[in-house]
Design a protein around this ligand. Structure first.
Ligand SMILES: NC(=O)c1ccc[n+]([C@@H]2O[C@H](COP(=O)([O-])OP(=O)(O)OC[C@H]3O[C@@H](n4cnc5c(N)ncnc54)[C@H](O)[C@@H]3O)[C@@H](O)[C@H]2O)c1
Length: 432
């Protein structure tokens, strides 16, 4: 495959060297003539273990060279990878100036050569950027099929970039229709790549980096707090990572319900309070309860904006298969809506009021003494003939719901319950 790589910085130089070592014919392109000359002399434009050898192989076999001539590089290749920088502006916004420049150069050269070509963005760009580049510079080429455009996020880490390129931790390709790349020009994509829309692939890159940043900040805060409390936080974090069921796993990583229950809110509150006493500043941990509260507010805003005045809550407890109501978001939803004059009906087969004891009983007696009037044992009665169904938990099979729903119902899915999309009433996802 003949490939041009735009931008010979950390990502571009590694990409160019590794693709050439894999047997592709690679033209590296950069505005910096110093970087171009370095690469053509066998000197990597950046320091990266293993890269010098890859570049040397590429040069010796005649499969790698670099140029400042963008149009000539496009003319002699079938695929152009965009690896130019996307720095922050002074205000913190993303500066796409370099991406714009190369997109314009590449699309003009493709128009002139009158052959099919693939344009692959690897620079990190916010959701909507690929679409705006296409709209601005390439709509005609894409509509006629001359240009295929992909967003293929790069996940390599400096310092181990060559190994990461060879075996990427994740490979996801964004395309115009969410379909996998096809045709000759796209043969170099990782065979295991997941195909998604441009925007999903763009967002994924930011979600990954935000997650990594959160992990680092979290470990550092546990470290600072541990030091303040005379606890070895390195040992704590090492043990935390041994739990691959709840901690280092997909668990707790699905958008949906606010957290609640008898442990998370209470324990985060206590930890933050202790940190204040110990003089340890833990802004990330301090942000957790406000973030959770904000999430609940968003749900209440969506309910308010729905226009419905009758509310059906599916699942009142803080998670399914339990009758624990402590700090359950749905108790807050019920209270809030009752206070604003909504008709509220609740269906939760796990909840047996007569059997509640202890803290749960106290909560009902003091905060929701009227709960018995809202709780329906019969699904049909709970759903009634109209209303907004706030689906917090999967308390009943979707087929059962289908028997009772009318076009006067609407579903607000808080739990990512995909079967609800097929039901005969309007469907609204809470945060998807
Ligand atoms: N560095 C990383 O570890 C890493 C990892 C994944 C993704 N990314 C993303 O990849 C992109 C590139 O990052 P980087 O660290 O390689 O940047 P970099 O600053 O090291 O390199 C960018 C290169 O683009 C060149 N360039 C600018 N305008 C150009 C133009 N019009 N034509 C040709 N070349 C041009 C610059 O001269 C420079 O050599 C960024 O969006 C970054 O966020 C970086």
């Amino acid at each position: 495959m003949h490939i041009s790589v735009f931008g010979l910085g950390y990502v571009g130089a590694v990409t160019a060297g590794c693709l050439a070592a894999r047997g592709h014919h690679v033209r590296g392109v950069d505005v910096s003539s110093a970087k171009v000359e370095d690469l053509n002399r066998g000197k990597p434009p950046i320091i990266e273990p293993g890269l010098e050898e890859r570049i040397a192989t590429g040069l010796q076999t005649g499969r790698l060279n670099a140029t400042t001539a963008a149009d000539e590089a496009v003319k002699t290749t079938k695929v152009s990878l965009v690896c130019v920088g996307t720095p922050s502006t002074v205000s913190g916004s993303l500066d796409l100036t370099f991406v714009r420049q190369v997109t314009q150069q590449i699309t003009e050269a493709v128009r002139a050569k009158k052959e099919s070509h693939a344009l692959v963005f690897r620079s990190t760009m916010l959701p909507g950027s690929t679409r705006s580049m296409v709209d601005e510079y390439a709509r005609d080429l894409v509509d006629t099929g001359q240009l295929a455009v992909y967003y293929y996020p790069e996940f390599l880490r400096e310092g181990s970039a060559v190994g990461d390129f060879d075996t990427p931790s994740l490979s996801v390709t964004g395309s115009i229709d969410g379909h996998p790349p096809s045709g000759n020009g796209e043969l170099w994509f990782d065979p295991d790549t997941s195909a998604v829309s441009w925007e999903t692939a763009e967002m994924l890159k930011y979600a990954c980096n935000a997650f990594h940043a959160t992990k680092v900040a979290f470990a550092n805060e546990i470290g600072r707090l541990g030091k303040g409390l005379n606890v070895d936080a390195t040992e704590v974090m090492r043990l935390l990572c041994r739990d691959t069921r709840l901690n280092v796993s997909p668990y707790y990583l699905r958008p949906g319900n606010p957290f609640g229950g008898s442990c998370l809110p209470k324990d985060v509150r206590a930890l933050v309070h202790r940190a204040r006493q110990a003089g340890a500043s833990v802004p990330l941990l301090e942000s957790l309860l406000p973030s959770n509260e904000r999430h609940l507010q968003s749900l209440l805003e969506m309910i308010g904006a729905s226009g419905h005045r009758e509310l059906v809550i599916l699942g009142l407890s803080f998670k399914s298969k339990t009758d624990d109501l402590r700090e359950s978001a749905m108790v807050e939803v019920a209270q809030h809506c009752l206070g604003r004059g909504y008709g509220v009906r609740i269906f939760d087969p796990q909840l047996n009021l007569a059997a509640l004891v202890g803290a749960n009983k106290r909560l009902i007696d003091t905060r929701m003494p009227h709960l018995a009037n809202l709780l329906h044992a019969d699904l049909g009665q709970a759903l009634g003939s109209r209303g907004l169904i706030v689906a917090a938990q999967q308390v009943v099979p979707a087929e059962e719901l289908a028997k009772w729903l009318t076009s006067d119902h609407a579903i607000l899915d808080v739990n990512g319950w995909t079967a609800l999309r097929q039901l005969p009433c309007s469907y609204h996802g809470f945060c998807w």
